[in-house]
Design a protein around this ligand. Structure first.
Ligand code: ISJ
Length: 276
């Protein structure tokens, strides 16, 4: 491709290994960092060509393809998607949702309605608002904001990765590299996979540097990137994604997922992205 590819990536720590080495493999390109919800809006507006967007927005946009084999996912705890609550799950009635999120915002609804049978009211928590302003029973925080939060006045801190996997037995997929239909997937998939592999070989360096920037413990960041966040979209993650899509479609939050959307037309890459 000759024109500059506009790539949008999540500005949180968890995306770092996917973008760290991108400019080595994807010339010429322009990288924009933002919160997931704004990346999804930019993709929809056509101001981005490729975006690391909330998976629920991929489910809502029938013409996007995606880079096979890459995701931001967890198998069990995720540490950076937390529902802080003043009460236990069955008593939650009002929830404030981090405006940066789309997938986890929907995951809260899925868990409340389908697992706990709770019909709650939802309100946005704007990005610049602090949790002190929140009057709701529970508040969802994601990304770096969640990693910093302690919220001593909120007795419950539910890790939504744990909650999902305990309930379904499956991984949770939060985000993937969605590609707009004008961009030929065969031109861009390989460089993104190579950049992911190289990024994953530098987790120690990324953790050390980002810990200093974010004022987090370096060992904690290292464990988060090495053992908590999963960067592959293998058969098991796809099973988690299908289950999530079934539930969101059941609640009318996404259209039904057509299986062909998960099939890649790039056979050589289907294997490259398989789970270990
Ligand atoms: C695990 C995370 O995944 C993020 C959660 C997203 C969402 O809830 O919409 C979107 C992109 C991911 O980067 C996180 O940021 O903590």
């Amino acid at each position: 491709m000759t024109r500059q590819v506009r790539v949008g990536a999540v500005s949180y720590l968890n995306a770092r290994p996917l973008i760290e080495e991108l400019d080595r493999y994807v010339p010429p390109w322009q990288l924009i960092l933002d919160v997931p919800s704004r990346l999804a809006d930019a993709m929809a507006a056509g101001t981005l060509d490729i975006g690391l967007i909330p998976v629920v927005e991929f489910l809502r946009a029938p013409d996007y393809t995606f880079i096979p084999g890459i995701a931001i996912a967890s198998r069990g705890p995720v540490l950076s998607v937390t529902l802080f609550s003043r009460v236990k799950w069955p008593h939650i009635r009002r929830v404030a949702l981090d405006e940066g999120s789309r997938t986890s915002a929907v995951l809260v609804r899925v868990l409340l309605q389908e697992r706990w049978g709770v019909e709650a009211e939802y309100q946005p928590l704007p990005l610049h608002h602090t949790v002190e302003d929140v009057e709701a029973d529970a508040v969802l925080l994601i990304g770096d904001r969640a990693m910093h939060a302690c919220l001593p006045g909120w007795p419950y801190a539910y890790d939504l990765g744990t909650e999902w996997t305990d309930w379904t037995g499956l991984p949770m997929v939060y985000a993937l590299w969605a590609v707009r239909p004008e961009i030929p997937l065969e031109d861009v998939a390989e460089p993104f996979l190579q950049a992911r592999q190289r990024g994953l070989s530098r987790l120690g360096l990324i953790a050390q540097r980002e810990a200093a920037r974010l004022h987090l413990d370096a060992g904690y960041c290292r464990r988060y990137l090495s053992h908590i966040i999963r960067y592959d979209l293998g058969a098991w993650e796809l099973a988690g994604l299908r289950r999530f899509a079934e539930l969101t479609a059941q609640l009318g939050l996404t259209p039904p997922l057509e299986e062909r959307r998960l099939q890649t037309s790039l056979p050589a890459l289907a294997f490259a992205g398989a789970a270990p």
